[in-house]
Design a binder for this molecule. Sequence first.
Ligand code: SAH
Ligand code: SF4
Ligand code: F3S
Length: 474
Amino acid sequence: MNARSDMIPESEPARQYFYIEKCRQWLEKKKKEKGRDLTCGIFTFGCQMNFHDSEKITAILKQIGYVNTDSEEADFVLYNTCTVRENANERVYGRLGQLKAKKKKNPDSIIALCGCMMQEEHVIDKIRESYGYVDLIFGTHNIYKFAELLYTRFVSERQIIDIWKEAGEIVEDLPTQRKYTFKTGLNIMYGCNNFCSYCIVPYVRGRERSRRPEDIITEAKRLVSDGVKEIMLLGQNVNSYGKNLKPQITFAELLKRVEEIDGIERIRFMTSHPKDLSDELIRTMKESEKICRHIHLPLQSGSSDILRKMNRHYTKEGYLTLIDKLRQAMPDISITTDIIVGFPGETDDDFRETIDVVRKVKFDSAFTFKYSKRTGTPAAAMDNQISDEVMKKRFDELLLAVQEEAYERTKRFCGQVKPVLVEEINAHDPDMVTGRLENNTVVHFNGDKSLIGQIVDVKLSECKGFYYIGEINK
Ligand code: SAH
Ligand code: SF4
Ligand code: F3S
Protein backbone atom coordinates (compact mmCIF):
# COMPACT_ATOMS: atom_id res chain seq x y z
CA MET A 1 0.00 0.00 0.00
CA ASN A 2 1.40 3.41 -0.85
CA ALA A 3 1.76 6.20 1.69
CA ARG A 4 -1.02 8.35 0.20
CA SER A 5 -3.78 5.83 0.69
CA ASP A 6 -2.55 5.30 4.23
CA MET A 7 -3.26 8.90 5.20
CA ILE A 8 -6.02 8.80 7.81
CA PRO A 9 -8.74 11.43 7.32
CA GLU A 10 -9.39 13.52 10.41
CA SER A 11 -12.96 14.55 9.68
CA GLU A 12 -16.05 12.37 9.99
CA PRO A 13 -17.58 10.42 8.39
CA ALA A 14 -14.60 10.20 5.94
CA ARG A 15 -12.45 8.71 8.68
CA GLN A 16 -14.90 5.87 9.26
CA TYR A 17 -15.22 5.11 5.55
CA PHE A 18 -11.41 4.85 5.53
CA TYR A 19 -11.51 2.31 8.37
CA ILE A 20 -14.35 0.36 6.79
CA GLU A 21 -12.06 -0.15 3.80
CA LYS A 22 -9.13 -1.15 6.05
CA CYS A 23 -11.33 -3.67 7.87
CA ARG A 24 -12.58 -5.01 4.53
CA GLN A 25 -9.04 -5.68 3.34
CA TRP A 26 -8.17 -7.36 6.62
CA LEU A 27 -11.25 -9.57 6.47
CA GLU A 28 -10.56 -10.48 2.83
CA LYS A 29 -7.21 -11.88 3.97
CA LYS A 30 -8.81 -13.81 6.83
CA LYS A 31 -11.41 -15.31 4.49
CA LYS A 32 -8.65 -16.54 2.19
CA GLU A 33 -6.76 -18.07 5.11
CA LYS A 34 -9.85 -19.90 6.32
CA GLY A 35 -11.22 -20.69 2.89
CA ARG A 36 -14.74 -19.64 3.86
CA ASP A 37 -16.99 -16.67 4.52
CA LEU A 38 -16.96 -15.05 7.97
CA THR A 39 -20.27 -14.47 9.75
CA CYS A 40 -21.61 -11.91 12.21
CA GLY A 41 -24.51 -12.09 14.67
CA ILE A 42 -25.95 -8.93 16.24
CA PHE A 43 -28.20 -9.31 19.29
CA THR A 44 -30.12 -6.30 20.49
CA PHE A 45 -31.68 -5.67 23.89
CA GLY A 46 -33.75 -2.65 24.83
CA CYS A 47 -35.64 0.02 22.97
CA GLN A 48 -36.06 1.34 19.43
CA MET A 49 -32.92 3.46 19.85
CA ASN A 50 -30.83 0.37 20.35
CA PHE A 51 -32.49 -1.42 17.45
CA HIS A 52 -31.70 1.50 15.22
CA ASP A 53 -28.10 1.63 16.44
CA SER A 54 -27.82 -2.07 15.63
CA GLU A 55 -28.98 -1.37 12.10
CA LYS A 56 -26.09 1.08 11.73
CA ILE A 57 -23.56 -1.43 13.04
CA THR A 58 -24.97 -4.19 10.82
CA ALA A 59 -24.57 -1.97 7.77
CA ILE A 60 -20.92 -1.37 8.57
CA LEU A 61 -20.27 -5.09 9.14
CA LYS A 62 -21.89 -5.85 5.81
CA GLN A 63 -19.69 -3.34 4.01
CA ILE A 64 -16.68 -4.88 5.68
CA GLY A 65 -17.71 -8.22 4.21
CA TYR A 66 -19.29 -10.19 7.04
CA VAL A 67 -22.29 -12.39 6.26
CA ASN A 68 -25.15 -11.74 8.67
CA THR A 69 -26.59 -14.68 10.67
CA ASP A 70 -28.80 -14.98 13.71
CA SER A 71 -26.54 -17.54 15.34
CA GLU A 72 -24.35 -16.93 18.37
CA GLU A 73 -21.83 -19.33 16.77
CA ALA A 74 -20.87 -16.47 14.42
CA ASP A 75 -17.28 -15.30 13.91
CA PHE A 76 -18.26 -11.87 15.21
CA VAL A 77 -20.88 -11.66 17.96
CA LEU A 78 -22.17 -8.36 19.31
CA TYR A 79 -24.56 -7.73 22.18
CA ASN A 80 -26.11 -4.27 22.05
CA THR A 81 -27.16 -3.93 25.67
CA CYS A 82 -29.88 -2.19 27.68
CA THR A 83 -29.74 -1.28 31.37
CA VAL A 84 -33.15 0.27 31.96
CA ARG A 85 -34.09 -2.55 34.34
CA GLU A 86 -31.93 -5.03 36.24
CA ASN A 87 -33.30 -8.07 34.37
CA ALA A 88 -32.03 -6.61 31.08
CA ASN A 89 -28.50 -6.69 32.56
CA GLU A 90 -28.87 -10.19 33.90
CA ARG A 91 -29.85 -11.53 30.51
CA VAL A 92 -26.67 -10.13 29.01
CA TYR A 93 -24.43 -11.62 31.70
CA GLY A 94 -26.17 -14.98 31.30
CA ARG A 95 -25.64 -15.15 27.57
CA LEU A 96 -22.12 -13.82 27.83
CA GLY A 97 -21.29 -16.71 30.15
CA GLN A 98 -22.43 -19.16 27.49
CA LEU A 99 -20.23 -17.53 24.86
CA LYS A 100 -17.10 -18.52 26.75
CA ALA A 101 -17.33 -22.15 25.60
CA LYS A 102 -17.97 -21.05 22.02
CA LYS A 103 -14.92 -18.82 22.12
CA LYS A 104 -12.84 -21.83 23.21
CA LYS A 105 -14.05 -23.78 20.18
CA ASN A 106 -13.42 -20.88 17.79
CA PRO A 107 -10.61 -18.81 19.38
CA ASP A 108 -10.49 -16.50 16.34
CA SER A 109 -14.06 -15.38 16.93
CA ILE A 110 -14.62 -11.86 18.22
CA ILE A 111 -17.04 -10.96 21.02
CA ALA A 112 -18.15 -7.34 21.30
CA LEU A 113 -20.38 -5.43 23.70
CA CYS A 114 -21.93 -2.01 23.27
CA GLY A 115 -25.00 -0.04 24.30
CA CYS A 116 -26.34 1.51 27.47
CA MET A 117 -24.99 -1.00 30.00
CA MET A 118 -21.45 -0.18 28.90
CA GLN A 119 -21.85 3.43 30.06
CA GLU A 120 -21.86 2.22 33.68
CA GLU A 121 -18.53 1.98 35.43
CA HIS A 122 -19.46 -0.98 37.62
CA VAL A 123 -20.36 -2.97 34.50
CA ILE A 124 -17.00 -2.31 32.88
CA ASP A 125 -15.23 -3.29 36.13
CA LYS A 126 -17.16 -6.55 36.22
CA ILE A 127 -16.40 -7.36 32.58
CA ARG A 128 -12.71 -6.63 33.09
CA GLU A 129 -12.68 -8.90 36.10
CA SER A 130 -14.89 -11.82 35.06
CA TYR A 131 -15.26 -11.73 31.29
CA GLY A 132 -11.69 -11.24 30.07
CA TYR A 133 -12.51 -13.04 26.80
CA VAL A 134 -14.64 -10.13 25.53
CA ASP A 135 -12.65 -8.50 22.71
CA LEU A 136 -14.25 -5.13 22.08
CA ILE A 137 -16.31 -2.84 24.30
CA PHE A 138 -17.71 0.55 23.36
CA GLY A 139 -20.54 2.79 24.56
CA THR A 140 -23.48 4.79 23.28
CA HIS A 141 -21.58 7.96 22.38
CA ASN A 142 -18.99 6.48 20.03
CA ILE A 143 -21.00 4.00 17.98
CA TYR A 144 -20.08 5.93 14.86
CA LYS A 145 -16.43 4.99 15.50
CA PHE A 146 -17.25 1.30 15.28
CA ALA A 147 -15.17 0.60 12.15
CA GLU A 148 -12.12 2.30 13.64
CA LEU A 149 -12.44 0.39 16.92
CA LEU A 150 -12.92 -2.90 15.12
CA TYR A 151 -9.84 -2.28 13.02
CA THR A 152 -7.84 -1.54 16.16
CA ARG A 153 -9.00 -4.88 17.53
CA PHE A 154 -8.17 -6.70 14.28
CA VAL A 155 -4.58 -5.52 14.25
CA SER A 156 -3.79 -5.43 17.97
CA GLU A 157 -5.44 -8.63 19.23
CA ARG A 158 -5.91 -7.22 22.74
CA GLN A 159 -9.07 -6.25 24.60
CA ILE A 160 -10.26 -2.84 23.37
CA ILE A 161 -12.39 -0.74 25.72
CA ASP A 162 -13.48 2.71 24.59
CA ILE A 163 -16.23 4.40 26.60
CA TRP A 164 -16.91 8.14 26.44
CA LYS A 165 -18.50 9.85 29.43
CA GLU A 166 -20.00 12.60 27.28
CA ALA A 167 -21.50 12.75 23.82
CA GLY A 168 -19.37 14.31 21.10
CA GLU A 169 -20.45 15.55 17.67
CA ILE A 170 -23.47 14.10 15.85
CA VAL A 171 -21.97 12.31 12.85
CA GLU A 172 -24.23 12.16 9.79
CA ASP A 173 -24.15 10.01 6.66
CA LEU A 174 -22.81 6.71 7.88
CA PRO A 175 -24.19 3.61 6.20
CA THR A 176 -27.36 2.01 7.63
CA GLN A 177 -29.03 -1.28 7.01
CA ARG A 178 -32.73 -1.87 7.47
CA LYS A 179 -34.42 -4.94 8.89
CA TYR A 180 -37.43 -4.23 6.67
CA THR A 181 -37.00 -2.55 3.27
CA PHE A 182 -40.26 -0.61 3.59
CA LYS A 183 -40.15 0.75 7.14
CA THR A 184 -37.51 2.09 9.44
CA GLY A 185 -36.65 4.28 12.41
CA LEU A 186 -35.02 7.67 12.05
CA ASN A 187 -33.33 9.37 15.01
CA ILE A 188 -34.38 12.97 15.39
CA MET A 189 -32.67 13.47 18.71
CA TYR A 190 -30.37 11.73 21.13
CA GLY A 191 -30.20 11.62 24.93
CA CYS A 192 -32.62 12.87 27.54
CA ASN A 193 -32.79 15.85 29.94
CA ASN A 194 -35.74 14.81 32.02
CA PHE A 195 -34.13 12.87 34.83
CA CYS A 196 -37.22 10.99 35.92
CA SER A 197 -36.05 9.90 39.35
CA TYR A 198 -36.17 6.14 38.61
CA CYS A 199 -34.53 6.24 35.20
CA ILE A 200 -30.96 5.54 34.13
CA VAL A 201 -31.35 6.67 30.50
CA PRO A 202 -30.09 10.28 30.98
CA TYR A 203 -26.93 8.90 32.60
CA VAL A 204 -26.15 6.40 29.86
CA ARG A 205 -27.39 8.33 26.81
CA GLY A 206 -26.24 11.82 27.82
CA ARG A 207 -27.91 15.19 27.38
CA GLU A 208 -30.64 15.88 24.87
CA ARG A 209 -29.33 16.78 21.41
CA SER A 210 -31.63 17.41 18.45
CA ARG A 211 -30.46 16.75 14.91
CA ARG A 212 -30.82 19.61 12.44
CA PRO A 213 -34.13 19.47 10.53
CA GLU A 214 -32.29 19.67 7.18
CA ASP A 215 -30.30 16.54 8.04
CA ILE A 216 -33.46 14.71 9.08
CA ILE A 217 -35.30 15.68 5.89
CA THR A 218 -32.34 14.69 3.71
CA GLU A 219 -32.18 11.30 5.41
CA ALA A 220 -35.96 10.81 5.14
CA LYS A 221 -35.87 11.62 1.41
CA ARG A 222 -33.03 9.18 0.89
CA LEU A 223 -34.97 6.47 2.71
CA VAL A 224 -38.06 7.08 0.60
CA SER A 225 -36.09 6.89 -2.63
CA ASP A 226 -34.81 3.59 -1.28
CA GLY A 227 -38.32 2.12 -0.90
CA VAL A 228 -39.31 3.15 2.63
CA LYS A 229 -43.03 3.89 3.12
CA GLU A 230 -43.24 4.13 6.89
CA ILE A 231 -40.90 6.18 9.06
CA MET A 232 -40.79 6.17 12.85
CA LEU A 233 -39.21 9.35 14.23
CA LEU A 234 -37.23 8.37 17.32
CA GLY A 235 -36.27 10.20 20.51
CA GLN A 236 -36.65 9.72 24.27
CA ASN A 237 -38.97 12.73 24.33
CA VAL A 238 -39.80 13.81 20.78
CA ASN A 239 -42.11 16.52 22.12
CA SER A 240 -39.13 18.58 23.19
CA TYR A 241 -37.44 18.25 19.78
CA GLY A 242 -35.77 21.40 18.52
CA LYS A 243 -35.67 23.35 21.78
CA ASN A 244 -31.88 23.47 21.77
CA LEU A 245 -31.55 24.26 18.06
CA LYS A 246 -30.93 27.65 16.48
CA PRO A 247 -33.27 28.67 14.95
CA GLN A 248 -35.70 26.87 17.24
CA ILE A 249 -38.22 24.52 15.70
CA THR A 250 -41.05 22.55 17.30
CA PHE A 251 -41.71 18.86 16.85
CA ALA A 252 -45.03 19.70 15.16
CA GLU A 253 -43.17 21.86 12.62
CA LEU A 254 -40.74 19.05 11.93
CA LEU A 255 -43.66 16.65 11.38
CA LYS A 256 -45.17 19.02 8.83
CA ARG A 257 -41.89 19.10 6.93
CA VAL A 258 -41.62 15.32 6.94
CA GLU A 259 -45.23 15.08 5.76
CA GLU A 260 -44.39 17.13 2.66
CA ILE A 261 -42.02 14.46 1.37
CA ASP A 262 -43.61 12.63 -1.54
CA GLY A 263 -43.68 8.88 -1.15
CA ILE A 264 -43.89 8.72 2.64
CA GLU A 265 -47.16 7.03 3.49
CA ARG A 266 -47.03 6.57 7.24
CA ILE A 267 -45.29 8.65 9.88
CA ARG A 268 -44.95 7.43 13.45
CA PHE A 269 -43.05 8.81 16.42
CA MET A 270 -41.87 7.58 19.79
CA THR A 271 -41.80 8.55 22.66
CA SER A 272 -44.00 11.45 23.74
CA HIS A 273 -43.60 12.83 27.24
CA PRO A 274 -46.98 14.05 28.56
CA LYS A 275 -45.46 17.21 30.07
CA ASP A 276 -44.46 18.49 26.62
CA LEU A 277 -47.42 17.33 24.52
CA SER A 278 -48.63 20.54 22.87
CA ASP A 279 -51.98 21.55 21.38
CA GLU A 280 -50.02 22.33 18.22
CA LEU A 281 -48.97 18.67 18.00
CA ILE A 282 -52.53 17.43 18.50
CA ARG A 283 -53.73 19.81 15.76
CA THR A 284 -50.94 18.71 13.43
CA MET A 285 -51.84 15.05 13.94
CA LYS A 286 -55.51 15.74 13.36
CA GLU A 287 -54.88 17.65 10.12
CA SER A 288 -52.32 15.20 8.78
CA GLU A 289 -52.99 12.55 6.17
CA LYS A 290 -49.86 10.60 6.95
CA ILE A 291 -49.26 10.74 10.70
CA CYS A 292 -50.60 7.52 12.18
CA ARG A 293 -53.49 7.85 14.60
CA HIS A 294 -51.45 6.37 17.42
CA ILE A 295 -49.64 7.90 20.34
CA HIS A 296 -47.43 6.20 22.91
CA LEU A 297 -47.84 8.35 26.00
CA PRO A 298 -46.17 6.84 29.07
CA LEU A 299 -48.25 7.31 32.21
CA GLN A 300 -45.81 5.65 34.66
CA SER A 301 -48.22 6.13 37.59
CA GLY A 302 -51.77 7.32 38.14
CA SER A 303 -50.96 8.89 41.51
CA SER A 304 -50.10 12.60 41.42
CA ASP A 305 -48.03 12.12 44.56
CA ILE A 306 -45.91 9.37 42.98
CA LEU A 307 -45.67 11.32 39.73
CA ARG A 308 -44.16 14.21 41.70
CA LYS A 309 -41.64 11.87 43.34
CA MET A 310 -40.89 10.46 39.90
CA ASN A 311 -40.13 14.02 38.70
CA ARG A 312 -42.59 13.66 35.81
CA HIS A 313 -44.02 17.23 35.91
CA TYR A 314 -47.68 16.33 35.37
CA THR A 315 -50.56 15.15 37.55
CA LYS A 316 -53.20 12.47 37.19
CA GLU A 317 -55.73 15.13 36.18
CA GLY A 318 -53.31 16.71 33.71
CA TYR A 319 -52.78 13.33 32.05
CA LEU A 320 -56.52 12.65 31.81
CA THR A 321 -57.06 16.10 30.27
CA LEU A 322 -54.50 15.28 27.58
CA ILE A 323 -56.32 12.04 26.79
CA ASP A 324 -59.60 13.97 26.46
CA LYS A 325 -58.00 16.46 24.10
CA LEU A 326 -56.51 13.70 21.95
CA ARG A 327 -59.79 11.77 21.75
CA GLN A 328 -61.79 14.90 21.01
CA ALA A 329 -59.50 15.74 18.12
CA MET A 330 -59.21 12.13 16.86
CA PRO A 331 -61.94 9.86 18.27
CA ASP A 332 -60.35 6.73 16.77
CA ILE A 333 -56.82 7.35 18.05
CA SER A 334 -55.00 4.46 19.70
CA ILE A 335 -53.27 5.31 22.94
CA THR A 336 -50.59 3.08 24.40
CA THR A 337 -48.52 3.58 27.51
CA ASP A 338 -45.84 2.46 29.97
CA ILE A 339 -46.65 1.91 33.65
CA ILE A 340 -44.37 1.16 36.59
CA VAL A 341 -45.63 -0.48 39.80
CA GLY A 342 -43.82 -0.48 43.12
CA PHE A 343 -42.01 2.85 42.91
CA PRO A 344 -40.53 3.60 46.39
CA GLY A 345 -43.24 4.71 48.79
CA GLU A 346 -46.13 3.62 46.54
CA THR A 347 -49.10 2.96 48.85
CA ASP A 348 -52.16 0.89 48.10
CA ASP A 349 -54.06 4.12 47.53
CA ASP A 350 -51.44 5.27 45.02
CA PHE A 351 -51.76 1.98 43.20
CA ARG A 352 -55.59 2.34 43.13
CA GLU A 353 -55.08 5.66 41.33
CA THR A 354 -53.09 3.86 38.65
CA ILE A 355 -55.82 1.26 38.20
CA ASP A 356 -58.35 4.10 38.06
CA VAL A 357 -56.50 5.74 35.15
CA VAL A 358 -56.24 2.39 33.33
CA ARG A 359 -60.02 1.93 33.68
CA LYS A 360 -60.77 5.49 32.61
CA VAL A 361 -58.41 5.77 29.66
CA LYS A 362 -58.80 2.24 28.26
CA PHE A 363 -55.37 1.98 26.67
CA ASP A 364 -55.03 0.01 23.45
CA SER A 365 -52.07 -1.66 25.08
CA ALA A 366 -49.59 -0.99 27.84
CA PHE A 367 -46.10 -2.10 28.76
CA THR A 368 -46.14 -2.78 32.48
CA PHE A 369 -43.01 -2.95 34.61
CA LYS A 370 -42.01 -3.73 38.15
CA TYR A 371 -39.90 -0.89 39.49
CA SER A 372 -36.23 -1.79 39.23
CA LYS A 373 -33.64 -0.04 41.38
CA ARG A 374 -30.96 1.60 39.19
CA THR A 375 -27.72 2.53 40.94
CA GLY A 376 -27.05 6.25 40.79
CA THR A 377 -30.65 7.39 40.27
CA PRO A 378 -32.38 9.44 43.03
CA ALA A 379 -35.14 6.82 43.50
CA ALA A 380 -32.55 4.15 44.38
CA ALA A 381 -31.70 6.12 47.53
CA MET A 382 -35.33 6.72 48.57
CA ASP A 383 -36.84 5.18 51.72
CA ASN A 384 -39.72 2.75 51.58
CA GLN A 385 -38.56 0.51 48.76
CA ILE A 386 -41.47 -1.84 48.03
CA SER A 387 -41.14 -5.57 48.78
CA ASP A 388 -41.07 -8.07 45.92
CA GLU A 389 -44.23 -9.64 47.23
CA VAL A 390 -46.30 -6.44 47.14
CA MET A 391 -44.77 -5.51 43.80
CA LYS A 392 -45.78 -8.84 42.29
CA LYS A 393 -49.35 -8.61 43.62
CA ARG A 394 -49.78 -5.13 42.16
CA PHE A 395 -48.15 -6.12 38.90
CA ASP A 396 -50.52 -9.06 38.40
CA GLU A 397 -53.58 -6.95 39.16
CA LEU A 398 -52.42 -4.20 36.83
CA LEU A 399 -51.71 -6.60 34.00
CA LEU A 400 -55.18 -8.07 34.27
CA ALA A 401 -56.82 -4.64 34.21
CA VAL A 402 -54.71 -3.56 31.23
CA GLN A 403 -55.56 -6.74 29.32
CA GLU A 404 -59.29 -6.47 29.96
CA GLU A 405 -59.44 -2.88 28.77
CA ALA A 406 -57.12 -3.49 25.83
CA TYR A 407 -59.22 -6.36 24.57
CA GLU A 408 -62.39 -4.28 24.73
CA ARG A 409 -60.68 -1.48 22.86
CA THR A 410 -58.87 -3.51 20.23
CA LYS A 411 -62.06 -5.08 18.98
CA ARG A 412 -63.68 -1.75 18.12
CA PHE A 413 -62.64 -2.10 14.47
CA CYS A 414 -64.10 -5.60 14.07
CA GLY A 415 -65.91 -5.99 10.74
CA GLN A 416 -64.35 -2.81 9.27
CA VAL A 417 -62.03 -2.59 6.28
CA LYS A 418 -58.69 -0.94 7.09
CA PRO A 419 -55.34 -0.48 5.32
CA VAL A 420 -52.64 -2.87 6.50
CA LEU A 421 -48.93 -2.54 5.79
CA VAL A 422 -47.79 -6.11 5.18
CA GLU A 423 -44.53 -6.91 7.00
CA GLU A 424 -43.77 -10.60 6.67
CA ILE A 425 -44.93 -14.14 6.08
CA ASN A 426 -46.80 -15.35 9.15
CA ALA A 427 -44.43 -17.09 11.56
CA HIS A 428 -46.81 -20.07 12.06
CA ASP A 429 -48.63 -20.41 8.75
CA PRO A 430 -46.77 -19.96 5.44
CA ASP A 431 -50.05 -19.27 3.60
CA MET A 432 -50.65 -16.18 5.71
CA VAL A 433 -49.00 -12.80 6.02
CA THR A 434 -48.72 -10.47 8.98
CA GLY A 435 -49.01 -6.70 8.92
CA ARG A 436 -50.04 -3.71 10.97
CA LEU A 437 -52.89 -1.23 11.03
CA GLU A 438 -52.14 2.45 11.21
CA ASN A 439 -52.66 2.19 14.98
CA ASN A 440 -50.00 -0.54 15.15
CA THR A 441 -52.41 -3.46 15.83
CA VAL A 442 -51.23 -6.71 14.23
CA VAL A 443 -53.37 -8.36 11.54
CA HIS A 444 -52.89 -11.86 10.05
CA PHE A 445 -54.57 -12.79 6.78
CA ASN A 446 -54.21 -15.12 3.79
CA GLY A 447 -51.61 -13.89 1.32
CA ASP A 448 -48.16 -14.48 -0.12
CA LYS A 449 -44.78 -12.80 -0.15
CA SER A 450 -45.64 -10.56 -3.12
CA LEU A 451 -47.67 -8.48 -0.64
CA ILE A 452 -44.72 -7.71 1.66
CA GLY A 453 -44.15 -3.96 1.80
CA GLN A 454 -47.56 -3.17 0.27
CA ILE A 455 -50.42 -1.38 1.94
CA VAL A 456 -53.58 -3.39 1.26
CA ASP A 457 -57.21 -3.05 2.37
CA VAL A 458 -58.12 -5.85 4.73
CA LYS A 459 -61.44 -6.74 6.28
CA LEU A 460 -60.94 -7.28 10.02
CA SER A 461 -63.14 -10.33 10.44
CA GLU A 462 -62.20 -11.60 13.87
CA CYS A 463 -60.56 -9.98 16.89
CA LYS A 464 -58.40 -12.36 18.92
CA GLY A 465 -57.58 -10.20 21.89
CA PHE A 466 -54.61 -8.13 20.79
CA TYR A 467 -54.65 -8.97 17.09
CA TYR A 468 -57.01 -9.56 14.19
CA ILE A 469 -57.58 -12.31 11.68
CA GLY A 470 -58.65 -10.67 8.44
CA GLU A 471 -59.17 -11.23 4.73
CA ILE A 472 -58.18 -9.15 1.73
CA ASN A 473 -61.03 -6.88 0.72
CA LYS A 474 -61.80 -7.53 -2.93
N1 SAH B 1 -38.25 8.03 27.21
C1 SAH B 1 -39.35 7.21 27.40
C2 SAH B 1 -39.09 5.88 28.06
C3 SAH B 1 -37.77 5.22 28.03
S1 SAH B 1 -37.55 3.83 29.06
C4 SAH B 1 -40.33 7.98 28.26
O1 SAH B 1 -39.99 8.86 28.97
O2 SAH B 1 -41.47 7.62 28.24
C5 SAH B 1 -38.99 2.86 28.73
C6 SAH B 1 -39.83 2.58 29.93
O3 SAH B 1 -39.12 1.81 30.87
C7 SAH B 1 -40.27 3.80 30.71
O4 SAH B 1 -41.36 4.45 30.15
C8 SAH B 1 -40.59 3.22 32.07
O5 SAH B 1 -41.93 2.82 32.15
C9 SAH B 1 -39.69 2.00 32.14
N2 SAH B 1 -38.64 2.20 33.13
C10 SAH B 1 -37.65 3.12 33.09
N3 SAH B 1 -36.87 3.00 34.19
C11 SAH B 1 -37.40 2.00 34.94
C12 SAH B 1 -37.06 1.42 36.21
N4 SAH B 1 -36.04 1.86 36.92
N5 SAH B 1 -37.83 0.40 36.66
C13 SAH B 1 -38.87 -0.06 35.95
N6 SAH B 1 -39.24 0.46 34.76
C14 SAH B 1 -38.51 1.49 34.27
FE1 SF4 C 1 -36.13 8.10 31.30
FE2 SF4 C 1 -37.82 10.01 31.86
FE3 SF4 C 1 -35.96 10.41 30.00
FE4 SF4 C 1 -37.97 8.77 29.52
S1 SF4 C 1 -38.11 10.97 29.85
S2 SF4 C 1 -35.82 8.39 29.11
S3 SF4 C 1 -38.34 7.84 31.51
S4 SF4 C 1 -35.61 10.11 32.17
FE1 F3S D 1 -32.49 0.48 27.38
FE2 F3S D 1 -30.82 2.29 26.60
FE3 F3S D 1 -33.15 2.14 25.45
S1 F3S D 1 -31.14 1.68 28.68
S2 F3S D 1 -34.45 1.36 27.06
S3 F3S D 1 -31.60 0.61 25.39
S4 F3S D 1 -31.98 3.99 25.83
